[in-house]
Design a protein around this ligand. Structure first.
Ligand SMILES: [Zn+2]
Length: 66
């Protein structure tokens, strides 16, 4: 059984934008999200492992969307 990749939460310290990304399969996190804020263009986003609850919630949203 493959190891499930962990969700990452990206946060912009400049405008407080944040997004939790759950990698599924071999899909990579889009470069624009991991390198710059899509809202204000700030280049140094904070990234951290999402909490288990947030990860489960985001996965659920992802399922509903598909
Ligand atoms: Zn920003």
């Amino acid at each position: 059984m493959p190891i499930k990749p962990s969700a990452q939460t990206y946060r912009c310290p400049a405008c407080n934008w944040s997004k939790t990304v759950v990698p599924n399969g071999d899909a990579l996190i889009p470069g624009d999200i991991s390198s710059a804020c899509p809202k204000c263009g700030h280049k140094q986003l904070e990234s951290k492992k999402a909490s288990a609850i947030l990860e489960a919630f985001t996965s659920l949203i992802d399922v509903i969307r598909h």
